[in-house]
Design a protein around this ligand. Structure first.
Ligand code: R1P
Ligand code: URA
Length: 342
């Protein structure tokens, strides 16, 4: 980003672009599919309506946003890379570009801890976090009483959205597919693909009992790296009152078609004063979240998915999560009944 940034607390350019995602209000929809890799984002984006033409923005930090319409409803597909710090950038900076509710689904890959084949799709109702205890002495472990890894309490996703995600995935699954779709599971999000997921590398990680400990948690099924932070931030948001805040510089022109986001109009957010003329000001907003995890690795059989399986899986799960997004109502829709008019 070459533009000058203002405000060390929440840096933005003068035309309101957020620092790491490069987006500004009006370029992102309230309904979002978030994925790890740009190739998955582009695969899912092939399902978007051709008109209006989708808007694409790749930030200098590697976040890719594709905003368009799916079956007439504005949606964004955003690739964010890996790990909870990137999930944190994504949720916080996107939130500041929007007004009203957000509906977010993560379409990610995962490792599986139960006896289910690669290609299985898992919809977690809840997540725990697995974090490496950096105060543990990994060189002289016998000197430590604290454990090398910590497992958090579970945090829950949105229960209604969970049901819709499972239903839409079932409907999108091709007739010939033998993949199972499992719901109501618990996922563990780790702060490393390796140590805190119980993998062995050349480092002295003292992680041989991580998986055993995870499997004592009822319904524990998958391991990945971001979904806990998504569920955690949504839970922390709770129900927050919408404010409309003002900036000292106006919005300039944007490459986004004015019709693309008719159901989520540009609202200037980010500073201080409440504007009672906003259709949403003063109303409660929520962030509703769910996830669909594609099993790429089975940790007991040691199988790993093939590129051909990934390609087929991403297409139909992409359709399933987009269908779930547009079939779920969010309160912002009530204030923008023109939602379906392109
Ligand atoms: C590790 O290979 C990555 O794959 C999983 C993990 O959460 C981690 O980001 O998800 P994605 O496929 O969405 O990146
Ligand atoms: N992603 C992960 O984080 N772990 C796996 O085992 C597979 C995908």
């Amino acid at each position: 980003m070459k533009d000058v940034l203002k405000d060390a607390n929440f840096p933005r350019t003068s035309d309101l672009r957020v620092y790491h995602l490069g987006l500004r209000p009006g370029e992102v929809a309230n309904r979002i599919v978030t994925v790890g890799s740009p190739s998955r984002a582009r695969t899912v984006a092939q399902l978007l309506d051709n008109v209006p033409k989708p808007f694409k923005l790749e930030s200098e930090r590697g976040f890719l946003t594709i905003t368009g319409r799916y079956k007439g409803t504005p949606v964004s597909i955003m690739s964010i890379g890996m790990g909870s710090p990137n999930m944190d950038f994504f949720v916080r900076e996107t939130r500041e570009c929007l007004s009203g509710d957000m509906l977010i689904i993560r379409l990610g890959s995962c490792g599986c801890l139960i006896d289910a084949p690669v290609g299985t799709v898992v919809v977690p109702k809840a997540c725990v976090a697995v974090t490496r205890n950096v105060d543990f002495d990994f060189v002289n472990p016998d000197t430590c009483v604290d454990p090398p890894y910590r497992i958090s309490k579970p945090v829950y996703g949105d229960p209604e959205f969970h049901i819709q995600v499972k239903k839409s995935l079932e409907a999108a699954k091709p007739m010939h597919s033998e993949c199972a779709i499992l719901g109501d599971t618990v996922n563990a999000s780790a702060d490393s693909f390796y140590s805190s997921q119980g993998r062995l590398t050349s480092f002295p990680d003292h992680n041989d009992i991580v998986i055993e400990q995870l499997l004592t948690i009822p319904d524990m099924t998958t391991l990945e790296m971001e979904t806990h932070h998504l569920y955690h931030l949504a839970a922390c948001w709770g129900r927050r009152k919408e404010t409309q805040r003002t900036f000292d510089s106006p919005l300039t022109t944007s490459p986004v078609s004015p019709k693309l986001l008719q159901s989520s109009p540009v609202v200037q957010t980010g500073a201080t004063s409440m504007d009672s003329t906003s259709p949403l000001a003063g109303l409660d907003t929520v962030i509703r979240v769910s996830a669909a995890h594609m099993v790429f690795a089975n940790r007991s059989s040691r199988d790993f998915i093939s590129p051909e399986q990934v390609s087929e899986l991403e297409k139909w799960t992409g359709k399933g999560v987009l269908d779930a997004l547009v079939e779920t109502n969010i309160s912002s829709d009530r204030h923008h009944p023109e939602k379906d008019s392109v």
